[in-house]
Write a protein that binds this ligand. Structure first.
Ligand code: 3MF
Ligand code: MG
Ligand code: MG
Ligand code: MG
Length: 385
């Protein structure tokens, strides 16, 4: 039971299981894993796919002949295992050139270079069959306000996204672009900090239908926001194009913990939401093994992410089918026809009737039975129901 299989659509980034455990204070603790080796290991574990930044596969400065050799080896591993590459993304954060922004650098040389890198990553992804292109604007932010850059950054970012979408159309690549918000780290502040701010930006683009979200559990959580609500809003807008699953303690540095390692209850309601929403995209884990781990720990981490998801999926199903839960929810959403007739689209008659409405006193004193409902969720999670 709870065995991951390709139809569950679990994916990992090369950079996640391949994370060598560097942190701002300490050196690498694990050796680099070859991409084709990662592909074979992930396939053994039951994953569906592997995602990558351009540089995870093709390090900066690789010659065209070396590039071809790397790609041959990688594609062979994909063919041997059946693993897919659903998503690619450009690394617009590691190169020193990007220290004051990539697509929103004040230096047009750097902006042009970041755009070139993005186009080349789209070419690479197309060769590998990717359909989703993630943009994480991790260096598009600031520590110093005195430049006034916050007034220009949106325009530069918008221009770049418009260019990329036009290029994708021109080449017939068919990408859907998934924008990934994060409030901070590595910049003091990042310009597009939340799901809501990304959604607002999409409405200002030339091809809004090609743009959606790649929300990440850790990113909303580190700012103390509710990730389940953020995903629900993205779904409501028809904009959940991809998702980064991991875990995180609130108001700490970027932790990228194993899925479900910290906020079990929020993870439970997230899986509940995803599984009942009709979302059929990849369930991508953007996390990595703790720095304490060797390679054995890396695969335990990867298997743990997927198993926890599947366990929570089963728990969510049982919770929704529990007759006591159903009865409480029926009561919670019970809707009297009288007020219902006054809601919905505007009409002058409804407005008149609304003004004559008196709220029955019992609507003030009633209880919503949420203590009982929440306790049922807790008991399902604890495995006693
Ligand atoms: C940083 C991130 C990134 C993005 C990735 C694009 C390195 O906190 O989450 O991971 O997810 O660059 O998907
Ligand atoms: Mg992250
Ligand atoms: Mg991270
Ligand atoms: Mg991420």
């Amino acid at each position: 039971m709870y065995e991951p299989r390709p139809e569950h659509k679990f994916t990992f980034g090369l950079w996640t299981v391949g994370n060598i455990g560097r942190d701002p204070f300490g050196e690498a603790v694990r050796a680099r894993l070859e991409p084709d080796y990662v592909v074979h290991k992930l396939a053994e574990l039951g994953a569906y796919g592997v995602n990558l930044h351009d540089e995870d596969l093709i390090p900066r400065g690789t010659s065209p002949t070396e590039r071809a050799a790397i790609l041959r080896r990688f594609k062979k591993a994909l063919e041997e295992t059946g693993l897919k590459v659903p998503m690619v993304t450009a690394n617009l954060f590691s190169d020193p050139a990007f220290k004051d922004g990539a697509l929103t650098s004040p230096d047009p040389w750097v902006r042009a270079y970041a755009l070139k890198k993005s186009l080349e990553t789209m070419d690479l992804g197309a060769e590998l069959g990717a359909q989703i292109y993630v943009v994480w604007p991790g260096r598009e932010g600031a520590e110093v306000e005195a430049t006034g850059k916050a007034q220009k950054a949106w325009g530069w970012f918008r221009e770049a996204l418009n260019f990329m979408a036009a290029y994708s159309e021109d080449q017939g690549y068919g990408y859907r672009f998934a924008l990934e918000p994060k409030p901070n780290e590595p910049r003091g502040d990042i310009y597009l900090p939340t799901v809501g701010s990304m959604l607002a930006l999409i409405g200002t683009l030339e091809r809004p239908h090609l743009f959606g979200l790649n929300p990440e559990f850790a990113h909303e959580t580190m700012a103390g926001l509710n990730f389940v609500h953020a995903v629900a809003q993205a779904l409501d807008a028809g904009k959940l194009f991809h998702i980064d699953l991991n875990d995180q303690r609130m108001s700490r540095f970027d932790q990228d913990l194993r899925f479900g390692a910290e906020n079990l209850k929020a993870s439970f309601f997230l899986v509940d939401l995803l599984e009942h929403s009709g979302y059929d995209g990849p369930r991508h884990f953007d996390a990595h093994a703790l720095r304490t781990e060797d390679e054995v720990g890396v695969w335990a981490f990867a298997r743990g992410c997927m198993r926890t998801y599947l366990i929570l999926k089963e728990k969510a199903r049982a919770f929704r089918e529990d007759p006591e839960v159903k009865a409480l929810l029926d009561e919670y959403y019970r809707a009297d026809p009288e007020p219902l007739a006054l809601l919905g689209p505007y009409s002058p008659e409804k407005a008149q009737k609304l003004k004559a409405l008196t709220l029955p006193e019992v609507r003030r004193s009633r209880g919503y039975a949420l203590e009982a409902l929440d306790q049922l969720a807790v008991e399902h999670l604890l495995g006693v129901r």
